[in-house]
Design a protein. Structure first.
Length: 172
């Protein structure tokens, strides 16, 4: 593939096609399979990067903030930090050697947790709605690609039937 171009050129595809047709009876070599796989992955990457660029163009700062909050809120570092905070809070307010600012039923801690949940839930829902919209775009792109491939397969089948008919005529 061309070093200055991320995506396969027509020349790359021609070279690959010629190499694949050199030994029609042999199985594909690992190098050929690897090259085909790379071409497919690069094509998929191009579509994904285009969707990412479009989403970034249409995303407000609030949407990006919601995504960051949701991604951190659903991670192990958040769980570990939050569990540590809860243990420290309860330990500080339980042991006798410290000043207690939130005694045993931990009413202040419950208020903090309720407020945090009240803000975190809508932010996560906003992020999920944006992800659902992106998934819908990807599904539409997948459908379009599959539809185009199906149309190309139908055209190839028509051409093969036409070639088959011509060969039958030539044989007669």
């Amino acid at each position: 593939m061309a070093a200055n171009n991320k995506f396969p050129t027509a020349k790359d595809e021609e070279n690959l096609f010629e190499e694949l047709n050199e030994k029609p009876k042999d199985n594909l070599s690992e190098a050929h399979i690897k090259r085909v796989t790379e071409m497919v992955n690069e094509y998929k990457g191009k579509i994904k990067s285009h969707l990412n660029e479009e989403q970034e163009k249409h995303t407000s700062w609030a949407g990006r903030l919601a995504d960051h909050i949701a991604s951190f809120g659903g991670s192990w570092p958040f769980i570990i930090i939050f569990a540590t905070f809860l243990i420290l809070w309860m330990g500080w307010n339980t042991f006798n050697f410290t000043m207690h600012f939130d005694k045993s039923p931990f009413i202040l801690l419950n208020l903090i947790l309720s407020c945090m949940a009240a803000f975190q839930a809508p932010v996560i829902l906003m992020s999920q709605n944006r992800q659902a919209a992106r998934d819908k775009q990807e599904a539409i792109m997948d459908f379009a690609i599959n539809y185009k491939a199906e149309q190309e397969n139908l055209e190839i089948q028509k051409l093969l039937k036409s070639i088959d008919k011509r060969l039958e005529k030539l044989e007669q």
